[in-house]
Design a protein around this ligand. Sequence first.
Ligand code: NAI
Length: 397
Amino acid sequence: MIIEPVIKGSVARNCHPDGIRASVKQQIDYVKSVPSVKGPKKVLVIGASSGYGLASRIALAFGCGADTIGVAFEKGPNEKGLGTAGWYNMIAFRENAEKAGLTARNFIGDAFSDEMRRQVTDCILNEFGGEIDLVVYSLASGIRTAPDGVTYRSTLGVRDVPFSGEAFDLEHQTLTCQTLEPVSDQQLQDTIKVMGGEDWKLWIDWLNRAGVLAKNFRTVAYSYIGPESTWPLYKEGALGAAKMHLHSTADVMNEQLQATGGQAHVAVCKAVVTKASAFIPVFPLYIALLYRVMKEKHLHETCIEQMYRLIADCLYTVDGKIPVDNQRFIRLDDRELRPDVQAEVNVLREQVTAENFRTVSDFAGYLREFHALNGFGLPGVDYRADVDPKILAALKP
Ligand code: NAI
């Protein structure tokens, strides 16, 4: 079969497994082209199949020589479709890691469940040398069933008054208007349950009780703050409230871990094109304006460049010190938030219309990265070649 990209709304409905291989390889090649880092050797990445989590795993494996365990929620091929991009990312990562002589164990299932914590702990104890040096927590989800069986859904809403803004319709490649409605108190609390720090802490407490955290253990989760122009829709909205919970959880865990030399951090990352960020209303236009400005200023970074910088310049520095701001955040959004960058983004935002968005913003670059997430548009891939579903069905993560 020949696979062509299908997009519905802001969601990709299919992926190209050969293209995904090429995209994972591209990220690995980037990490191999930059200096290696003396870092952790045993790593668990929760949310390892795409975006920042996948890039973290690649940077740690190929930059530090780390053995990794990856957890993700993805679907393999079945009678309804070829499966998700993340499924093939997990396979491509494992194949490349094993070829490089590294251990890579993949767990596909619900990271919010105690059952997954149990399986991963067993793996650490029985197949992974008994200890881990680093846990990367990189989940982005709209739904969480907590260990008590209650299911919570997150809402991408604002706090007090509705917020309207221009937004991409990727399916039709147009600019439309989207409105985010205020969330109720219940929706706010539920969003905090899904995207806040509770589950991260459950993981670390669980692993600590199991005695598998190495001396000088570290854990990091990812957050976003963004420029003031995006605050109504992100920082001051429901997602921002969840992130504030994540931030305070890092401080609580950091205190607890100090007795054994452990540390818990939040890395504030830059806005990039991922499956999760494409889903946030209005946000993608900001990303495309930002991309244009940052590319023009030669400041542009994708997930892999950000994650390499996190590891080389922040988490595993030569002197062992982790650079943080006055709120103890690791700041990878420094280039995004530069006043000159934001001033230019604001000028472009004033100019953008439904007629000119392709030239005023880096819409083409946005779309290219969106397609690449799903394995389309990668150089060197023959998209006219027949893909055999039977071969795909035999691949296991
Ligand atoms: P993504 O959608 O690319 O990746 C999310 C990961 O979570 C995937 O590996 C997915 O399989 C996994 N996942 C979701 N639900 C799961 C479940 N129940 N069990 C197991 N795995 C599950 O998202 P992205 O953008 O890489 O986000 C990761 C983190 O980075 C999030 O905390 C996000 O807020 C943060 N971040 C993202 C930014 C962006 O611009 N994309 C900017 C700054 C922070």
